[in-house]
Design a protein around this ligand. Structure first.
Ligand code: ZN
Length: 249
């Protein structure tokens, strides 16, 4: 092909393009839209390259646009933030959980090493964030886990005051309730109609221990009716031992 032909052909192409510009662009657009997925990766690379080549110019343009559309942007960010709140919370929760799982040893060593500091920091946080801490504690104490923990703490405090021996775990108490089919063996009523409380078969005041073997679940009215008597029920509701008149310490 001679140079003259080449130039003529190029000129013809140019003319054709200018004449049919809109149609050609529309066709390209349609083709690109149809093959969006296919071109995704390629386009990403291209855009990145283009951006890097024209960084300063594009950054300035972007900055200007943002300044001109400040309110609009603010609204958008706010909406986006709200919309993805749950997603974000879930992600950070999951991330934290994984991190703690993977760094168990490190956390243990760190807490041991920084014991005094952590104690101090927690105390300061509790004082400066009283409202939040109280609200969180209140919410937690309403959950099943929180309720059990409160129950255990109360019992342990009482046991400590009475210098009673023995200790029970929350799991042991849960298992015991299950063994009694979540029912009060003295009156036969079940949760949630009643609320099972911890009863010491031999009362703490009479030298009973805080060990799980000395515990039975009773509803609060049966518990208070029992007073200081040492009475024990089996899961079938039969009273097994009765110490008449209570125990003298
Ligand atoms: Zn009862």
């Amino acid at each position: 092909m001679s140079l003259k032909d080449k130039t003529r052909r190029e000129e013809y192409r140019k003319q054709y393009y200018l004449k049919n510009k809109e149609h050609i662009i529309a066709q390209h657009r349609e083709y690109n839209a149809k093959n969006k997925e296919r071109f995704k990766e390629r386009n990403q690379i291209r855009s990145k390259k283009y951006y890097l080549e024209n960084k300063e110019q594009l950054d300035a343009k972007n900055k200007l646009w943002h300044e001109q559309h400040k309110e609009q942007c603010k609204k958008y960010y706010k909406r986006h933030h709200q919309k993805n709140k749950e997603k974000r919370n879930m992600f950070s929760k999951e991330y934290g959980k994984n991190w703690r799982q993977e760094n168990k040893e490190y956390i243990k060593a760190y807490s041991e090493q920084q014991k005094e500091y952590i104690k101090k920091r927690t105390r300061i946080y509790q004082i400066t964030h009283k409202k939040e801490v109280n609200a969180r504690n209140q919410t937690w104490s309403k959950t099943d886990k929180g309720k059990l923990s409160t129950l255990k703490r109360t019992e342990l405090r009482r046991a400590k005051q009475l210098q009673a021996p023995g200790i029970f775990s929350i799991q042991e108490w849960k298992d015991l309730k299950k063994k009694f089919d979540f029912s009060c063996p003295a009156c036969g009523r079940s949760e949630p109609e009643i609320k099972l409380s911890i009863d010491h078969i031999i009362p703490l005041t009479k030298g009973g221990s805080n060990d799980i073997s000395n515990l039975q679940p009773l509803c609060s009215s049966c518990n208070s009716r029992k007073r200081d008597y040492a009475r024990m029920w089996n899961p079938k509701g039969q009273m097994e031992i009765i110490f008449q008149g209570g125990i003298k310490k």
